[in-house]
Design a protein around this ligand. Structure first.
Ligand code: ZN
Length: 339
């Protein structure tokens, strides 16, 4: 058999969230032909139409049978269907809605230099999780061959939140938790969301900085492109040039004793607000995020702690576009904050 153009390795995520690229796991050796087909199809994809970003995303998706090409389609103003979104649409069109039924699903991504691991954005994680679950594989490889990395969708997910003893945290947070619920109810615009579908995805938020509190609630429109609650709060903080968050509170709307499910798209927006603060202050920070459930009469029933970085492993961000882009972004924020 001819040697593969790519040398496949495995990604592992350790319990402290660190990731490492290791030799391809022995149980995956028989799948090299499959990974190669995924990357070959991605490499040949001509779907990308990146009129704003000039960033040609080349992807493919397939299962036991055919691999289908995918890529980014940009439109409007800096809006895009991402490669993963077009991949999901192509996959469902070809294979049907098949979460959990089709095995061996692989998403192939041409991802810059050899050894790079692709980082789907938060919104793409949401649609992939919904459609394919978290067991399928993502293969990242360079167009010119070399090291290609096999990861699992589960490497990009995080829901292992640690529970916090109520007594220790309530003094600090109680007032703001209750305010998050009452302000969130006032701010929310949601005439369309069916109450019985995914109640765990309904939540109100508050971003707390040294200067202020920014409450957020979802704004749902009839065309189903809502603004989620964290995004709503992030916009307020950005408008008053105050991205310097101390901590974040997220309160579930319904009465259940488990944490809210915060969409990855929303985690993505919070991550980028934090990056803005880091670029302005020159200091890295990872503020805590408190996930809260309440019982009737505003009685708090559970608090879980994570952080802006912990719950978005392998984040997508401006760093994916290189150091020049990061310098441009830092200059942009510094100039904006001086005015
Ligand atoms: Zn995306």
């Amino acid at each position: 058999m001819a040697k593969s153009y790519w040398e496949f390795k495995s990604l592992v995520r350790h319990s402290d969230s660190r990731t490492e690229v290791i030799e391809l796991k022995p149980e995956l050796l028989g799948r090299v032909g499959f990974y190669t087909r995924a990357l070959e199809k991605a490499k040949k994809s001509s779907m990308a139409n990146p009129q704003f970003s000039l960033y040609f995303v080349k992807e493919s998706i397939g299962s036991e049978g055919r691999f289908l090409p995918a890529g980014n389609i940009e439109y409007g103003f800096c809006s895009a269907l991402h490669g993963e979104e077009t991949a999901i649409a192509a996959f469902v069109s070809h294979y049907g809605s098949s979460r959990g039924k089709l095995k061996n699903v692989v998403l192939g991504i041409i991802a810059g230099n050899p050894g790079n691991v692709a980082s789907p954005c938060g919104n793409c994680r949401d649609i992939m999780l919904e459609t394919l679950g978290s067991d399928f594989e993502i293969v990242s490889g360079a167009a010119e061959g070399g090291i290609a990395v096999v990861s699992s969708m589960s490497d990009y997910m995080f829901s292992d939140f640690s529970s916090v003893a109520l007594k220790t945290i309530l003094v600090l947070l109680k007032e703001n938790i209750l305010a998050t619920t009452t302000e969130g109810e006032k701010l929310m615009n949601d005439a369309y969301g069916p109450l019985d579908i995914h109640p765990e995805r309904r939540y109100h938020v508050c971003i707390i900085t040294a200067m202020g509190k920014y409450f957020g609630a979802r704004d749902v429109f009839s065309e189903y492109h809502p603004i989620y609650a964290l995004h709503d709060a992030v916009r307020q903080a950005r408008r008053v040039k105050d991205p310097f968050m101390r901590h974040v509170i997220i309160v579930r709307e319904d009465l259940a004793d488990v944490p809210p499910h915060v969409m990855y798209k929303d985690r993505q927006h919070l991550y980028e607000l934090n990056l803005q603060a880091e670029l302005l202050s020159g200091k890295n920070q990872d503020p805590p995020v408190y996930l809260v459930s309440v019982k009737r009469d505003f009685e708090i029933s559970g608090i879980w702690r994570t952080s802006v970085k912990e719950w978005l492993p392998l984040p997508f961000g401006p760093h994916n576009f290189g150091n020049d882009f990061m310098r441009h972004l830092a200059d942009y924020y510094h100039k904006k904050h001086m005015n």
